[in-house]
Design a protein around this ligand. Structure first.
Ligand SMILES: O=P(O)(O)OC[C@H]1O[C@H](OP(=O)(O)OP(=O)(O)O)[C@H](O)[C@@H]1O
Ligand SMILES: O=c1cc[nH]c(=O)[nH]1
Ligand SMILES: [Mg+2]
Length: 207
């Protein structure tokens, strides 16, 4: 299932990210803020249970997070800014990293690193990458997570192309996607149109 977060704050901040005039500092800040808003939506179905304790006024039962623990997994580089932001909301979550870059010619993902929590099979995984273009990176990362035993995986992305959504749905129909927008299509360099450019390069100023 694909959830597009239509919230005005999300849409406004995404537009600012898209603007070619937006510099690195503001782009990073916007990506972090958007990640929190997307996490608010993506984590809507977390389990809570009543826990008994006293407020300064009186005893009572109050909802607390329960169930499976969480893991945030960033697809490097650009996904890192999302996990760094979201972990402030769920500080008990463990954070994993999957290093991958897309070969500019073949558009195939090249994996160069992976470090995941040892107990990832017991955790609800939120996989982050700002861009879902061909879906190659996401699918490879999801397969990596499944090979490590992860059963519950949700993909959080800032921008998605229809092609990428289709690719993930075909190979991993069990993985829900939460995004701020679904754009028109990919250009022949595999970039999302209208998109926001190269997310990693805009976050780290590397182009
Ligand atoms: O859906 P796909 O076609 O795989 O494209 C999406 C990937 O491309 C970009 O990463 P990039 O390879 O530019 O690496 P970076 O994040 O380090 O910039 C982006 O951050 C995604 O990871
Ligand atoms: O538009 C795109 C497509 C892939 N990766 C990006 O960073 N941007
Ligand atoms: Mg990447």
């Amino acid at each position: 299932m694909v959830t597009v977060v239509e919230h005005p704050l999300v849409q406004h901040k995404l537009s600012l990210m898209r603007d070619a005039r937006t510099g690195v500092k503001e782009f990073r800040e916007l990506a972090s803020e958007l990640s929190l808003l997307l996490a608010y939506e993506a984590m809507r179905d977390l389990e809570v249970v009543p826990v008994r304790f006293a407020t300064p006024i009186e005893e009572g039962e109050f909802p607390m997070l329960s169930g499976k623990k969480l893991a945030l997994v960033a697809i490097l580089r650009a996904g890192l800014i999302m996990t760094d932001s979201i972990v402030t909301l769920v500080p008990a979550a463990k954070v994993g990293h999957i290093g991958m870059y897309r070969d500019p010619q073949s558009l195939e993902p090249v994996a160069y690193y992976s470090k995941l929590p040892a107990d990832i099979a017991e955790r609800r995984v939120f996989l982050t990458d700002p861009m879902l273009a061909t879906g190659g990176s996401a699918n490879a990362a999801i397969q990596n997570l499944k090979d490590a035993g992860a059963q519950s995986i949700k993909l959080m992305t800032i921008l998605a192309a229809p092609e990428g959504i289709r690719t993930v749905e075909e190979v991993h129909p069990d993985v829900d996607i939460v995004t701020a927008a679904v754009d028109s299509h990919l250009n022949d360099h595999g970039y999302i149109v209208p998109g926001l450019g190269d997310a990693g390069d805009r976050i780290y100023g590397t182009k």
